[in-house]
Design a protein around this ligand. Sequence first.
Ligand code: F0G
Length: 351
Amino acid sequence: RPAWPGIIQAYADRISLPDGARVVTLQEGGTPLLEAPHLAELTGCRVYLKIEGANPTGSFKDRGMTVAMTHALATGATGVICASTGNTSASAAAYAARAGLTCAVLVPRGKIALGKLAQAVAYGARILQIDGNFDDCLELARKTAAEYPIELVNSVNPIRLVGQQTAAWEICDALGRAPDVHLLPVGNAGNITAYWKGYTVYAADGVVDATPRLFGFQAEGAAPLVHGEPVRDPDTIATAIRVGNPASWAGAIAARDASNGLIDMLPDERILDAYHLLASREGVFVEPASATSVAGLLLTASDGRLPAGSTVVCTVTGHGLKDPDTALATMAPVEPVPVEPGAVASALELV
Ligand code: F0G
């Protein structure tokens, strides 16, 4: 079988780009849709995980970035800029390196997970630490891109969301139908907007005969869409979705309402419980924000909002290695043992 070519080639008939554009790809997409038997047992549903941490930079952002960077290069950009809670910056830095473009990333000081920062450093981006939150970073990036010849590659650039629709298409292609319910974490709300667009496009073209209900989940300390107003000082251990004023607000609300879905919130403890459960029971190590979809699955299954027997997909958006600090701070500690065979056996309670 030929290797997976990346989303632009895999869905060439559905993604339009300037003629003759050089495709900037790291062969993103084609990620696993993995059944989750333990979650199925807990919820009475058929549960699949869309493992977006398997993308080249470890998050779903690569799907949008291949399209955004291909477009930027084809239209003569020499540099790109983005604001980020970490994953967008890691992805932009990688694809800019591949394209030969300069890349500047604006990140909130002290609130970006270690692995993501290491990625932006390694890929050679200019990293500007802003003494504010993500929303401040995005405003600065937008203003800079409006005034200077540098391309904004945040999801407010609509070309990004074209690429992110491919996750919905892959799920339908793999299942031979759309799921009944699709659950995902929501931060800046680009992804839920893109999934809904992707599902509706497939339904309109008759590839699938129904669209799923979309269930979006925010962290309790960063839940503007649940409260119906921006949150000035968003806070959560799930730093990826620490967003107080989502750029794609209207898209998220439209996805919720048109799909007969919901947007709810979860306390950090529930998110961390799901984070530990995914790793220890399903063998899937994700970053905390990604576990929000699974925390939402458990919540809505237990309160009856998720009908038993449904076929559901949870997107897990980013790899666990992105945020090693949270893993080490919240999971069982390392046990020091002296260099003695007997000590190993007794630590393992074999004797
Ligand atoms: N999960 C992860 C791991 C993310 O990095 C993000 C967003 C989301 C979920 C939420 O997706 O913003 O489309 O609603 N991260 C952005 C970033 C904000 O800068 O990397 P969304």
